[in-house]
Every structure is written in structure tokens, then in C-alpha cells.
Design a protein around this ligand. Structure first.
Ligand code: HEM
Length: 486
């Protein structure tokens, strides 16, 4: 009984301290968020953090306290202050659950999990080297191979007049492409299903991380966390885990196609060499590149079709532009597609309304000014791109899908506020590849097929959920063939 009373008193004192005396007490936000982690935990658990944050920023302004020790910013100035050259400015990156899982399972650092400038520079320069030297033509060939599988399914659906789940088809295509790009061969669909299964628990992990961050300030909590972390790492090296996970991943790198891949060449992994550390590093890179490429590109491809198929005029304009630029004799290459302004505008506008990567850029402040406000040491900060993208401060008529805004900019819109790929030290190194895969997928499908939305009405803003990436989106179509272009 006494113990309960003491615990209750400590809890009540903590709530009062957080609400009224905490260094972040002066920041606006809901009272429940100031007093406990419940607001953030519930928002993350429900998968509706983004619209909830947007509403808070609309109500309270560009900086909001969303948990006792966490601030959300929604301005391009804060974005630049936090992410551009963040190590020099004194921000420490925090890991997200995916980077942590890769780190622990593979046992090597990735660009996302590196927490020091030196580590990050080293891994990131390898990733950039891989992506920069990857020949466009090879990507196009790989994309064509797997697109053929999707086209077969579309042809069958077209012949039978059947409804087709375009999201599932493109999702598989992008998984296959990303796997093949980096491993030199495809990754089994069963691995994708396993990954998708774990992904479904994202809301639980992220809400759990909020709770851990909250209780992290209890004296001795960091020592307990360190012990737990060591136990998890030890568990990962047990025979059971090694046989069931590590060796299964390793099987993927045992094939000769991997040895000929760009990743293997870049890391100097050749037949007969004792490449153990390099192999671990390669697997860490590949995991991040495949996951980092698959999730956002897949969501973006569905978002583009979701909007295009509801905007028939824009769809007709895009098809016209594509047919004008790509005659039947010419190959549909990314060199040509990248010049089609309307195609790029449709993609950009869909990435604005549904940015595919969210809530991953949390940093711990060392005591620094951000967009005119002082953020005390130890506070967690991040920039919510969704709130920026949907703010009338930066985009005229922000809720409207309007590709024209990218073609004829007006003073009412600040296009530089677009943040889908983030900026600075951790900005997306896969942007060029991601946009290329999107252009190839969208253009080739639109050149060969006519699509109509079908099935029950799916509303992205209402029905989809997002933790780090979007889930529960679905574009069902009726399809007919208009004659393939190669
Ligand atoms: C529409 C497509 C994409 C979008 C919107 C996107 C968005 C992002 C964003 C916002 C980040 C920053 C995360 C942070 O703040 O820490 C990021 C990082 C990253 N992205 Fe992408 N991404 C896309 C495609 C790709 C592709 C195709 C690849 C690779 C094949 C890729 C690989 C990575 C990697 C490795 C990082 C970590 C970089 C680092 O921490 O230094 N992304 N991406």
C-alpha cells in the first residue's frame, strides 16, 4: 500500500512538473501532451499522427509540444536549422525501429543508424558511391523484366474485365526491382511478406519508443536500457537466431549473381576472398537500400495513380504528353521521361500531399536555437513535412492536388518548402533512383493501359495509416489495353 502511495505521489509530482515547470513548459500544445506521453503514443499507435499534427500546427503555430520532452516543428526554416549540417550544430540523431532492427540483426551500422559524424560519413559515402555509379540502363533492364510480370496480370484482368489491385501489383514490382538492383537477383516474395508482416506492427513499436523515451529519465533507466540492448545483441548471436535469420539473409548473398552486383564490386567482395566484415557491411547496406527504396516508392506509385485516376483531365494531359514524347519506335527510357515536365509535376504533387517517409528525423538537442526559439538540451525535436506540405503558409490551396503548381509557380506558394526527401546530412541519397523507378512505372503503365478506379471508395486521408511509411492504401482498377509501347 505504502509503495503504491509513494509511486502515485512520484507520478503526480512528475505530471505537475512536466506541465508547469519543465524547460519545455512554455511551448504551446495540448495539456495532455505536456503532462504525459499519452497524446504522442495514441497518435502514433492510431497511425494518424500526421493529420493530428497538422491540426495541432494549424491551431498552435509552427512549434508544438507533443509530449513532455518532444517538440514538433513545421517550417522550412526549422527543417534547415535541424537537418542541414546537424552534427556541427549539435543534434544527435535517434534511431528508428527499422534502422535499429537492421543494426541488431546484421550487426553492422547503416547510414540511418550511425550516430556519430565519422560513422555516418563512412557508411553514407559507400551508399552514395553505389547509387551514383549504378548504370541507368541496367536499372531500366531490370525494371522491364519485372514489369512484364505485372503486365501479364493486367492483360489477364483486362481480358476478363476483372477488378485488379494495382497497389499489390506495383508493390511487388518495386520490391523485385529494389532487390535485384542491390543483390543482383530477386529476393523471394515470401521475404517481402515477412517484412510486410513486421511492418504492420510499426504503430506498436513507435508508441513503445515514446514510452521508453518518457521513462528514460528515471534514474538508472539508461543503465537498464544498456543491459537490455546487450541482451538483445547477445540473443541475436545465438545459434537459433543465426540459423533462422542471419543465415537466411546470407543465403541471398551466396549466389554468384550477388558477387557480380554493384554492391559486391563496390565493397570488394570477390570469390575466394575472406570477405566477412565486408559481407556484413554489404548486407547492412542492402537491407537499408531495399527497405528504404521499396516502401516509399511503392507508396508514391499508388499515390500518383490514386490522384491521377480521380483527375481525368490531368490524366488525359499526361497521356497526351507521354504519347507526344514517346513515339512507337522509340524506347521509353528515363532520359526521355525525365524531360516530361507534366509527369514530374504529377509525381511531385502526389509526394507533397502524401509524403512517403515521415516521423523518422527525430534529433536530440544539445541546447540550440531553432527557427527563433531556444530548444533546451535533451529535448527531442523533429520536423513534420506533412504539416508543412499541407499549410496555406507555403502552398496555395494546400489540400488540392494540382500538378500545375509545379509548372507555373506563383508567389503564393513557396515550392522550396517541399521536403519529401528531407535536406542535409541524412537527406535521401536514393532520390534520383526513386524518381526514375516511379517515372518508368507510371509512364509504361499509362502508355499501355487505360485505367478506371474501381471497387469501394478508398479515401487516402481517411483510410490510410502512417507511422514511418504509409499502410492500408489500395488502388483498385478496371483496366483495358491500349497497345504496348516498348
Ligand atoms: C519516393 C521515393 C523516396 C522518398 C520520398 C524518400 C525519402 C527519404 C527521406 C525523407 C529520408 C530521410 C530520413 C531521415 O530523416 O533520416 C530518406 C533517407 C534515405 N533513403 Fe530515401 N526516399 C525515397 C527513395 C529511396 C530509394 C529509392 C532509396 C534507395 C534505393 C532510398 C534510400 C535511402 C537511404 C539509404 C536513406 C538514409 C540516408 C541517411 O540516413 O544518410 N530512398 N529517404
Amino acid at each position: 500500500m505504502l509503495v503504491l502511495l509513494v509511486v502515485g505521489a512520484i507520478f503526480a509530482a512528475t505530471v505537475i512538473y512536466d506541465r508547469y515547470f519543465h524547460p519545455l513548459a512554455k511551448f504551446p500544445g495540448p495539456a495532455i501532451a505536456a503532462a504525459s506521453p499519452l497524446w504522442a503514443m495514441h497518435a502514433r499507435y492510431s497511425g494518424k499522427l500526421l493529420p493530428k499534427l497538422r491540426d495541432l500546427h494549424e491551431k498552435y503555430g509552427p512549434v508544438v509540444r507533443i509530449s513532455p520532452n518532444e517538440l514538433s516543428f513545421a517550417s522550412p526554416r526549422a527543417r534547415d536549422a535541424i537537418y542541414k549540417d546537424e552534427y556541427t550544430k549539435g543534434f544527435t540523431p535517434t534511431q528508428n525501429n527499422v534502422s535499429f532492427a537492421i543494426d541488431v540483426v546484421i550487426g553492422d551500422t547503416t547510414a540511418q543508424s550511425a550516430t556519430t559524424r565519422t560513422d555516418h560519413r563512412s557508411v553514407r559515402s559507400q551508399v552514395q558511391g553505389i547509387l551514383a555509379t549504378y548504370p541507368t540502363q541496367s536499372q531500366e533492364t531490370i525494371h522491364r523484366t519485372y514489369l512484364a510480370e505485372l503486365e501479364e496480370e493486367l492483360n489477364t484482368a483486362a481480358r476478363g474485365g476483372k477488378q485488379y489491385n494495382l497497389t499489390a501489383g506495383m508493390d511487388r514490382l518495386i520490391w523485385q526491382c529494389m532487390g535485384h538492383f542491390f543483390l543482383g537477383h530477386s529476393i523471394p516474395i515470401s521475404t517481402k511478406e515477412t517484412f510486410d508482416y513486421f511492418r504492420r506492427w510499426d504503430n506498436v513499436y513507435t508508441a513503445g519508443l515514446d514510452l521508453m523515451f518518457y521513462i528514460g529519465r528515471v534514474p538508472g533507466a539508461s543503465a537498464v536500457a544498456a543491459v537490455l540492448l546487450r541482451m538483445i545483441r547477445n540473443l541475436m548471436t545465438t545459434d537459433w537466431v543465426q540459423v533462422n535469420t542471419f543465415s537466411r539473409i546470407q543465403e541471398l548473398t551466396d549466389r554468384k549473381e550477388f558477387r557480380q552486383s554493384i554492391v559486391a564490386q563496390k565493397l570488394g567482395i570477390v570469390d575466394g576472398a575472406d570477405g566477412k566484415p565486408e559481407l556484413k557491411r554489404a548486407m547492412a547496406h542492402i537491407s537499408l537500400l531495399v527497405i528504404g527504396g521499396y516502401d516509399p516508392v511503392s507508396a508514391a506509385a499508388s499515390a500518383v495513380f490514386y490522384y491521377l485516376l480521380q483527375h481525368r483531365k490531368a490524366l488525359a494531359t499526361l497521356k497526351h504528353e507521354l504519347r507526344t514524347a514517346i513515339s512507337r519506335e522509340e524506347a521509353c527510357t528515363d532520359e526521355i521521361l525525365s524531360q516530361i515536365a507534366y509527369l514530374n509535376a504529377c509525381i511531385q504533387e502526389s509526394l507533397r500531399l502524401q509524403p512517403p517517409v515521415n516521423d523518422v528525423g527525430a534529433r536530440i538537442s544539445t541546447g540550440i536555437e531553432v527557427d527563433g526559439v531556444y530548444v533546451p538540451k535533451g529535448a527531442k525535436v523533429f520536423v513534420d513535412k506533412y504539416s508543412i506540405h499541407r499549410s496555406a503558409r507555403y502552398f496555395k490551396d494546400p489540400e488540392r492536388w494540382d500538378p500545375e503548381r509545379w509548372l507555373a509557380p506563383t508567389p503564393e506558394s513557396d515550392l522550396a518548402a517541399f521536403s519529401a526527401f528531407s535536406v542535409g546530412t541524412h537527406a535521401c541519397p536514393g532520390k534520383i533512383m526513386g524518381l526514375r523507378v516511379l517515372r518508368l512505372t507510371i509512364a509504361k503503365l499509362l502508355l499501355s493501359y487505360d485505367f478506371q478506379l474501381a471497387g469501394s471508395k478508398f479515401d487516402w486521408d481517411r483510410d490510410a495509416h502512417c507511422c514511418h511509411v504509409w499502410q492500408d492504401f489500395r488502388v483498385d482498377v478496371k483496366v483495358s489495353k491500349v497497345g504496348a509501347v516498348q
